[in-house]
Design a protein around this ligand. Sequence first.
Ligand code: 3HC
Ligand code: NAI
Length: 697
Amino acid sequence: MSTQTSDTVSYETEDGIGLIVLNNAPVNAASHDLRRGICAAVASLEADETVRAIAIYGATRAFIAGADISEFGKPIKSPILPEVCLALENCTRPVVAVMHGATLGGGLEVAISAHARVALPGLLTGFPEVTLGVLPGSGGTQRGPRLIGIAATLDLATTGRRIGADEALKMGLIDRIADGEPRDVALASAREAIDGTLATRRTVDLPVTPDPAALGRYADKLAETQPHLFSPHKCVEAIAASTGPFDQGMELERKLFFDCIDSPQRAGLIHAFFAERAVSKFPEQGAQARDIGSVGVIGGGTMGSGIASAVLLAGLPVTLTERDDDALERARATIGGNLAGAVKRGKLSEDKRAVILSQMLTTTTDQSALSDADLVIEAVFEDMAVKHEIFTRLDGICKPGAILASNTSYLDINEIAAAAQRPAEIVGLHFFSPAHVMRLIEVVVADRTAPDVVATGFALAKRLGKVAVRAGVCDGFIGNRILSHYRKVADYLVMDGASPRQVDRAMIDFGFAMGPFAVSDLAGMDIAWAARKRKAATRDPDERYVAVADRICENGWFGRKAGQGYYIYGDGAPVPNPKVDAIIAEERARAGIRPRDFTDTEIVDRYMTAMVSEAARVLADGIALRPVDIDAVFLFGYGFPRHRGGPMMYADTIGAQALIDRIECFAAEDAQYWQVPPLLRQMAETGRSFADMNKGG
Ligand code: 3HC
Ligand code: NAI
């Protein structure tokens, strides 16, 4: 008979064994109710003299996925997780934790407070707290070193990497691996704890071997690679204290944990965690996604090869078509290289790579080979006439029900759809470069795209391990429309007195991995140049136009691939290109501009305010469903610093009125560009934030 100790925890006894069952679907987050339930169950079982050993296991798909993140930043209710851990550790009967599925963060801390650990083969464990801006705050930094040593704890806690059962066993984090249902393993393990075949001991009683070399190594590495992040450094500090008395170490860990909880980085990182999940809620999600058993890709250039690689890595066969055999050969070589990269990163075996290339990838110049594909993704030149011709032809070739998707960056999906007789089956699937690495896909929904086709786009993204965001049709959808707007500010800053290097450095200091000019060099300046020439005839004549990039391109200095662009690329680190400085000086003189100094703060303020302004217009136009969708686009597609949560979260930290004040101040210099979005005015008047809009307010 089972006794409920809280809504999510129960216990039962069988043959002198107490079983504590955790049932907080979906992943047993350690909510207040779960914590309360565990403590009450331990107390009841300890009071039962017939109980000789206790096992604790999860009835959901996880043991415990960690502390309940949604409780962070709110008042904490007792018992807190460290108290749960102590209750288990100090229990007078041997306690075995049965770790299955996600056993992360606070879940691992509960497990290492038990007296023995048995894992099921599908275990996923580790200390991912740093990815959320905190540190293991329930004894992980103190019990970890006692169980697996200081170096291994530093590794898990500062990287947040997740490991499986085999590695956990090797590390000494678990005692054994057992297969079976969690309840059966729990009963068997507890029996073994009683008869002594499974050794039990309190982690707190184990000695810690000092390891100043490892502590120094990690501190140095973090100072070099993550100087702007807060929590990884605090992990090192807490782990360093593990060689002292346990209670003191716990006290320091608690203090540092709350320092992390109070940091804005924690709020940003947790927003990013929930953003990734929030975007999977979209209006068409009730529709049944179509089965996708094979994918066609048209065009094997930069994007087509990357998309084909991503699809193949997800286990789906691909037929790729190109214009001629040379292009096919190049595509095959690029895909082979991408897969070799996956082998190097340990994501694929060499044998599997060979099988994929020989059996799952078909390359041909004959488009009729796409007749059987369930989904075809077009990635040819960014030219409406070319896309039109392809979609008309595909419509005749592909089987009824096949979905035709375009990877266009900017073009109108409705216009593309008009080329085919199956408008319901046409959708934008906008991948980001490199497509086998970048996680974002914008699912661009045209006027007549069927709900199940939208759902299929999301299902495919999930299968590819990517994050799909629903976008409406406009020039550039969510991300590129906003980018087109704020990127101009970087050019204005340079014309008015900043250097490309200063702008890049200011944005790197803000948290971006690269600045806008280094990104242009990486992407190849010729692509944007071609787009500017295409749009020249329709450009607003009143708009301020900066010709520096055109002048650079006229010299063929397209960036990295040409050896020079804004920077010169040689053997060492890239250096600013003096010939570009000369062009900038000429263009300033031509426009009659007397350059002035900008502080890094002024640069960041202008850049970010421009980004937020266009984002507010994208939202008001209904191109993005919610502010969080824009945040996800920038986090997963544009390298926005994760610890800042995204542009809309950044906007909330500034406030609508302060943003309006900034825009009005900048408008004194350029009133055509700097205009206050009506949505920001409404927000300032009503006090509504982007966070409120995410909640439906
Ligand atoms: N707290 C609250 N909710 C959580 C959660 C957590 N720790 N972990 C997952 N969830 C929620 C998700 O938000 C999602 O909710 P939704 O359905 O309403 O969108 C639901 O559980 C299912 O999650 P996923 O969609 O991510 O399911 P997956 O099966 O793809 O992944 C997972 C499961 C691997 C557990 C993944 O959710 C995950 O990585 N979770 C975070 C784990 C983590 O970081 N734990 C450490 C927390 S910090 C901590 O423990 C501090 C301690 O040291 C004091
Ligand atoms: P690319 O120039 O590298 O590749 C295009 C390929 O299409 C070429 O290999 C070309 O031979 C092939 N092609 C042209 N017409 C064809 C036809 N009729 N049949 C078969 N193949 C044909 O271009 P890229 O960069 O891969 O871009 C492709 C599309 O993806 C464009 O619409 C672009 O806007 C979009 N895109 C580009 C991104 C980027 O960063 N490069 C990012 C996201 C989208």
